[in-house]
Design a binder for this molecule. Structure first.
Ligand SMILES: NC(=O)c1ccc[n+]([C@@H]2O[C@H](COP(=O)([O-])OP(=O)(O)OC[C@H]3O[C@@H](n4cnc5c(N)ncnc54)[C@H](OP(=O)(O)O)[C@@H]3O)[C@@H](O)[C@H]2O)c1
Length: 332
């Protein structure tokens, strides 16, 4: 089969498309003919050797894909040959075939196409868990989303609206802000790019306060980190929840902890992958909720760009270079 492979760590231009043997179907696993896979930020980090979990070289990147089950390992109970599924493997999805453990495979509704199914698990899974289980977002609350036109960002905009929040989208360009408004955000604004100086940080806090009638945001969803985090925490409402999602801007920020005291607010960690491992049944319920929201037309993953497997390296570069809006897909 054909697979995109990382044979040496580095930028996407180092990736190769190679012919490799088909994977072996292990007990408790299923073999899937991939139809689509989606790119996530961890793929960008993993090929550079910067991710928290590093596979041995060579490896195929790609954390999630959707396709048709073509073979079953011994002992598989709830999946059949011919099922349309998505799989969350963390690795190996940018290939024509993938072997996945049964617990990481979910049947998708007949009405859902493979690109949408590949775009859904990590971004919407993370964002629903963050808003529902971690922030306990309530109807009528104000939700600020940073990096709002990115993968997890745009999912959060849609889910926040579906949960009845007032959503404020923050992104780096007008085009990105406009996309968030199209996906349901009530308000949007552009923040500066690069390192933020003190004045720019103060302006960011002031803007959030202005858009929340001086109260601050009830919930902040932050996948960007770096200099953007502290000004957002300073513009959080009393009893607010600041969600630590990721650090796409580079640095892990250091936050003066007295801000949590002064605002009676919570800094809440979100590690969706670890939660899925510990509470798989709860996560399955979340997926069923996402399928229902999709069939009700309340969420609609935005696939801004799709690439062939041969151009998979360009797909990863697209995300790395901050060009992605919503999801980037590799069609297989
Ligand atoms: N905690 C969890 O369980 C979990 C799960 C999934 C993902 N994540 C994390 O969430 C973050 C976003 O993931 P994603 O897949 O949504 O990525 P993405 O689609 O690339 O979105 C990230 C957004 O961050 C913003 N950004 C700011 N500075 C950036 C920079 N220097 N380089 C690239 N983007 C920058 C960009 O928006 P603007 O251009 O508008 O600023 C971009 O749209 C990552 O850190 C990822 O590891 C965490």
């Amino acid at each position: 089969m054909k697979a995109l492979q990382c044979v040496e760590l580095g930028m996407p231009d180092k990736l190769q498309v190679n012919e490799i043997p088909d994977p072996e179907v292990l007990p408790g696993h299923v073999l899937i003919d991939n139809k689509a896979a989606s790119v996530n930020f961890p793929d960008v980090l993993m090929i550079q050797g910067l991710y928290q979990f590093q596979p041995e070289l060579p490896f195929s990147p790609g954390g999630e894909s959707a396709g048709i089950v073509s073979s079953l390992g011994e002992g598989v109970k709830n999946i059949s040959v011919g099922d349309r599924v998505f799989a969350m493997t963390g690795l190996g999805a940018f290939a024509e075939k993938i072997v996945a453990p049964e617990h990481a495979v979910v049947k998708i509704p007949e009405s859902m196409d493979f690109e949408t199914a590949a775009a859904l698990p990590m971004t919407y899974g993370t964002s629903l868990y963050a808003l529902k289980q971690r922030a306990e977002l309530k109807e009528g609350e104000t939700l600020l989303v940073l990096g709002a036109a990115g993968g997890v960002g745009l999912a959060t905009v849609e889910l926040g609206k579906a949960m009845g929040a007032k959503v404020i989208a923050a992104a780096s360009t007008q085009e990105k802000v406009d996309l968030c408004i199209q996906h349901g955000a009530d308000e949007g604004f552009i923040y500066p790019t690069g390192k933020l100086d003190r004045d720019q940080q103060k302006e960011l806090s002031s803007k959030i306060k202005e858009l929340t009638g001086g109260m601050g945001a009830n919930v902040v969803y932050d996948p960007v980190g770096d200099d953007y985090s502290e000004p957002c925490i300073r513009a959080t409402a009393w009893d607010g929840r600041y969600l630590v999602i990721g650090f796409a801007a580079g640095e892990i920020p250091k936050i003066p902890i007295n801000l949590a005291l002064l605002k009676g607010m919570k800094i809440v960690g979100v590690f969706w992958g670890a939660w899925v491992g510990m509470f798989p049944e709860e996560n399955k319920k979340n997926f069923q909720e996402l399928f229902q929201l999709h069939s009700d037309g309340k969420i609609n993953p935005e696939v801004s760009d799709s690439f062939s497997l041969d151009k998979g390296a360009q797909a990863i570069a697209h995300l790395k270079d901050r060009k992605a809006k919503g999801k980037v897909i590799i069609k297989i």
